[in-house]
Design a protein around this ligand. Structure first.
Ligand code: ADP
Ligand code: MG
Length: 391
């Protein structure tokens, strides 16, 4: 069918034509946003899920909801090679600039800018185009201890936002790449603004290991945050993720074709988009049949193998590849680390550092003590399809 009218959107962070099965998460986010803005208690949230489940898309959606509710927003993505302080600086700068033109908030905004200035110098941030023409305020956000300084800074930003009758929403994607100190500082800073009932809220997203990481960083993190799970879609939602966009275009898909898509994708959002996309392009005409989906499956898998899966695999060193291939050879996860070691013929203690390295790269995680699993759904199938040599 006409590829130009193809509604599906496979791709990292691509807005899906139908945001299926996420009503509950969206509703909870909206309630928290509104409550916090009114000075009521609610919790910041960290969306947890595997790769390609739709976390970035949800964060984008929540950012729009926040703006509609009356928040200034800052969206950052934690990369592997930049500090949290560096990422936050230009974003907070931008928020304070906006607040500084609101008459009632001017004074507080300048006070926050002074704090930001001190923060930038103590953490040696390259300010570039974002330099501040205010003097730092000695003793505020400039101790060099990230926990104290980030708290000071968040409090100042919160006070400035409050005087403008606004809120500040901080959205952080790929949170698993923050280091433990940064994570701890964020938790403390959010805790601080909560206690002061300031209109500041954080929404994070990342791989499932964050729950444990943040618990290690600060024991009260568990009570401070909500951790909505973002997983595969259930049958009904998966069906509507495919069916609705096709109907919107005035076309149809047969129900056994839908069933096959749900079966092959196991309801994982990224895979649903890829299958929907290929099924549409493969079919000669509407309605899309089961046979069309069978043919499309080959193209869809090939595209995933060459893209989604491969980019992840390419980031591993030869030794790390050996490790993940050994996992896949054991079948479907989660896997006992000791079984992987056995399979490789090495003592588990020797493999510890390698395992930790692969976890740091966000390729595997530990769902439970002693266990490991892939952070990419169906990655084991991919490895068996493409890497494992028949013995
Ligand atoms: N609720 C949903 N329903 C249908 N498709 C979705 C949904 N959420 C995300 N997608 C699609 O899944 C893919 C991955 O989304 P993304 O937000 O990048 O995932 P993540 O950030 O978890 O890796 C995108 O192509 C997106 O359009
Ligand atoms: Mg993402």
């Amino acid at each position: 069918m006409d590829p130009i009218r193809n509604p599906f959107a496979p791709g990292a962070g691509s807005q899906p034509p139908e945001l299926a099965g996420r009503d509950e998460i969206i509703r909870e986010a909206e309630i928290a946003l509104k409550r916090i803005l009114q000075g009521r208690h609610d919790r910041s949230q960290i969306l947890l899920g595997l790769r390609g489940t739709g976390k970035t898309v949800l964060l984008n959606k929540i950012e729009r909801l926040a703006e509609e509710a009356g928040y200034l927003t800052s969206f950052i993505e934690a990369p592997e090679d930049k500090s949290l302080a560096e990422l936050l600086y230009p974003r907070i700068h931008q928020v304070l600039r906006k607040l500084s033109i609101v008459e009632n908030a001017k004074e507080k905004a300048y006070s926050a800018m002074r704090a930001l200035r001190g923060f930038a110098s103590v953490f040696k941030i390259e300010v570039g185009d974002f330099s501040l023409s205010v003097d730092p305020e000695a003793g505020t956000a400039d101790s060099g201890n990230l926990e104290f300084d980030l708290s000071d800074l968040f409090v100042r930003v919160g006070e400035a936002a409050k005087s403008a009758d606004k809120g500040w929403a901080l959205l952080i994607d790929e949170m698993q790449y923050l280091n433990e100190k940064e994570l701890a500082a964020l938790i403390v800073a959010i805790h601080r603004v909560n206690q002061k009932q300031l209109p500041v809220i954080m929404f994070g997203a990342g791989l499932p290991q964050i729950a444990a990481l943040s618990g290690d960083a600060k024991s009260y993190a568990e009570r401070l945050f909500k951790y909505p799970p973002v997983g595969a879609l259930d049958q009904e939602a998966a069906v509507s993720a495919i069916k609705e966009p096709i109907s919107e275009e005035g076309e149809h898909i047969e129900s056994d074709a839908l069933d096959l898509i749900v079966e092959r994708t196991e309801g994982y959002p990224y895979f649903l988009q890829e299958w929907g996309y290929q099924a549409w392009n493969t079919a000669d005409q509407s309605p899309i049949s089961r046979h069309d989906v069978e043919r499309a499956s080959e193209t869809a898998l090939k595209r995933l193998d060459d893209g989604f899966f491969k980019v992840r695999f390419d980031r591993l060193t030869p030794k790390e590849r050996e490790y993940v291939i050994a996992m896949a050879e054991l079948g479907t996860g989660p896997y006992r680390s000791s079984d992987v070691a056995d399979h490789l013929g090495e003592p588990p203690s020797k493999l510890g550092p390698r395992r930790a390295q692969i976890i740091n790269k966000g390729m595997i995680y530990s769902p439970e003590y002693g266990d490991i699993a892939f952070t990419v759904p169906m990655f084991d199938d991919f490895l068996r399809r493409t890497m494992v040599k028949p013995s």
